[in-house]
Design a protein around this ligand. Structure first.
Ligand code: MIC
Ligand code: SF4
Length: 644
């Protein structure tokens, strides 16, 4: 039987485990990346491991999320990350150099290598044939220390593309189409390989838009073959030597095959508040638009920016619309400027923002009250923009610009001929904003610069035989980590201060949760399906841990979040019978007993002391995961293992 691309890379990096879907496998990791909002915690965790130098082929620390610097907190954290990077062998991408995924694709990604990043959109690297995963900070810390990365061996899905995109229809519309087909849970437990004759028409930045948004499907990761398009991209980046061809075997077997005819696609748009709430742009033609934002790791490549500039050239943004443009990297911005296209953007009245995540994570540029905001980003979860009643839609740069020009949601095909955009054969290569780590002999005495915003992170509690706790919060389906631990300009600067962050936990859902949980001492959260979808932020586990959450019981979990819960020593459980979800009420006193045995057999008994009922729960845990929970989390477990 032949192998898929992902199976080939997994086989080359397999440390342990059998490559059978559902089995736990351990992978050797070649590269890591962190960003600043998750990085501070990841490096604090790395420091506790006492390892002098990272063991990876390449580790890069990016500063791209927390760049507002409204006080000392961010610059202090940046200095901390810069000093850790210099000392421990990590490359440091300075603030302003760009969004981690865009810069990593341009400068460091290599086909066939494994990459994990403390950011859920790390699969962007799949656009050039990397096997790239989003992970919690602790997992990245362990990988930097040379440890394996553990995942459940995924199923293999293939999306077969035929035809070619018509004018004004884009890679983003392909992403939205697959979200329409599969939904935000449709990729859970699977790696999505993109193939078929249609991929020959897509260049690496377009492919990266597609692999980037595979995260919204809940997929473990997404990947494209490495072919002549990949070679051309690497060559343009002055890195042709990094090219290796990669393809699946002709007799590779897939668990599911989905066909998409590119020629039949139309411009699509995701409505509030979920990326899979997809309709045709033409169906929303009368919706008035207040704000338009172009950028984010999904749509900030040179190609996207040149298209935006081409469409804006000689036109002005509608007076009722406020528009922002954030290029993905310094390379993109300086090339836009060299090519004269930057002026077309500036003269249109659009506001140029820094090469950073910016509005995508609520770091400024929030919409007005109940404002309709069209964004080329990947997530439109409730409240994420910073305006709770903001109505955020996700679309392509083409649809975004067309709507900015008319003031209402507009199918770009109504605008006349699309601007012709061609990418130069050579990109402008200037890595001066990426600082090399110190040589080993100088690194030893180099200081680590810690600011007062860095507070200790909570230690996990070993899971013993019994947990008695109150059900302090019951939530529904598709709860995102933006619900659990919101971000945005007011909160994000405190990512290294768990006690401060804790007051905002679940704030968008229930403002009194944090107080209640603290008062209860020990608590259990109950949720529906796909609990914890979205970002990789381990704060969505560490903050509940700090507030006394000992277990989370749901219908199903999202991949990265359940790993983060276990890493933090919080017991993840699922209903044996999903209908039992209805039997539990917020405020009930709950008792989990026989956990020692139950964690081994996979079945645990829950007593609802208040209601006097009993419910059976699944505890699907590997031996390693049980070990982590019994030790009180990954860090404690790693220490125990090292001592043993
Ligand atoms: C996001 O898009 O939600 C983020 C902010 O990039 C997160 C990481 C974080 O919360 O710091 C992600 O996607 O993992
Ligand atoms: Fe940054 Fe947004 Fe991409 Fe997250 S999704 S990495 S916040 S640009």
């Amino acid at each position: 039987m032949g192998l898929t691309i992902a199976q080939k890379i997994i086989a080359q990096h397999l440390i342990s485990g059998e490559m059978k879907p559902g089995n736990e496998i351990a992978l050797r990791i070649d590269q890591t990346l962190t960003q600043d909002a998750t990085g501070t915690m990841a490096y604090l965790e790395f420091e506790t491991m006492g390892i002098d130098r990272v063991k990876t082929e390449r580790s890069v620390a990016y500063i791209d999320h927390n760049t507002l610097q409204c006080g000392f907190e961010n610059p202090d954290d940046h200095r901390y990350i810069q000093s850790v990077a210099a000392k421990h062998g990590i490359w440091f991408s300075r603030p302003g150099n760009g969004i981690c995924h865009q810069v990593h694709l341009e400068r460091f990604g290599i086909p066939g290598k494994t990459l994990i990043g403390s950011d859920s959109h790390t699969p962007t690297g799949g656009g050039l044939g990397m096997l790239a995963f989003g992970a919690g900070g602790m997992d990245v810390a362990v990988a930097m220390g040379g440890g394996a990365y553990y995942i459940t061996m995924p199923k293999m899905y293939k999306v077969n593309l035929t035809g070619h995109l018509r004018p004004y229809v884009t890679a983003k519309d392909v992403s939205l189409e697959i979200l329409r087909i599969l939904s935000v849970k449709g990729g859970v437990g699977a790696i999505i390989e993109w193939g078929g004759p249609g991929i020959e028409t897509l260049n690496v930045p377009q492919r990266a838009t597609i692999t980037n948004m595979g995260t919204e499907l809940g997929a473990t990761t997404s990947i494209f073959p490495s072919d002549e398009m990949t070679r051309a991209f690497l060559k343009a980046q002055g890195r042709e030597q990094d090219y290796v061809p990669l393809s699946s075997d002709s007799d590779a077997v897939y668990d599911r095959v989905i066909d998409i005819d590119l020629s039949a696609l139309e411009p699509l748009i995701a409505c509030p508040h979920s990326p899979d709430n997809v309709v045709k742009v033409s169906e929303l033609a009368n919706v008035k638009v207040d704000q338009v934002c172009v950028g984010s790791c999904t749509n900030s490549s040179l190609q996207d920016m040149l298209t935006v500039a081409g469409m804006l050239k000689g036109r002005t943004v509608c007076p009722g619309v406020s528009m922002s443009v954030s290029p993905g990297s310094r390379q993109v911005l300086t090339m836009l400027s060299d090519m004269g296209a930057l002026n077309d953007i500036l003269l249109s009245g659009a506001r140029l923002l820094e090469c950073a995540c910016g509005p995508c994570i609520g770091m400024g540029f929030s919409p007005n009250s109940a404002g309709v905001s069209l964004r080329t980003f990947n997530r439109n979860f409730l409240g994420r923009s910073g305006t709770k009643d903001g109505q955020v839609y996700l679309c392509s740069p083409e649809t975004a610009v067309a709507s900015a020009l008319t003031g209402h949601i507009t199918d770009p095909r109504t605008l006349g001929e699309a601007p012709a955009v061609s990418l130069p054969d050579t990109f402008k290569v200037d890595d001066s904003a990426v600082l090399a780590p110190l040589p080993e002999d100088q690194a030893k005495d180099a200081p680590i610069l810690r600011g007062p915003n860095i507070k200790e992170f909570p230690a996990g509690n070993p899971v013993t035989d019994e947990i008695k706790a109150s059900l302090t919060l019951k939530v529904g389906d598709n709860i995102t980590t933006d619900h659990i631990m919101p971000a945005g300009a007011k909160i994000l600067p405190y990512r290294s201060n768990i006690p401060y962050l804790s007051q905002f936990c679940f704030g968008v859902v229930d403002e009194t949760f944090a107080e209640r949980a603290k008062a209860a001492g020990q608590s259990i959260i109950v949720g529906g399906s796909n609990y914890g979808q979205g970002s990789s932020r381990e704060h969505a586990a560490l903050v509940p841990l700090y507030l006394g959450v000992r277990a989370v019981i749901v219908k199903s979990f999202a991949r990265i979040h359940v790993a983060n819960l276990i890493n933090a020593g919080i017991l993840p459980l699922t209903f044996e019978n999903p209908e039992d979800y209805e039997k539990l009420n917020q405020g009930d006193e709950l008792l989990l007993t026989g956990l020692e045995e139950g964690m081994k057999t996979g079945t645990v008994l829950l007593k609802d002391v208040t209601a006097g009922t009993e419910i059976r729960l699944n505890a699907q845990l590997t031996e390693r995961q049980r070990g982590m929970l019994k030790a009180g989390g990954l860090l404690a477990y790693t220490k125990e293992e090292a001592q043993a």
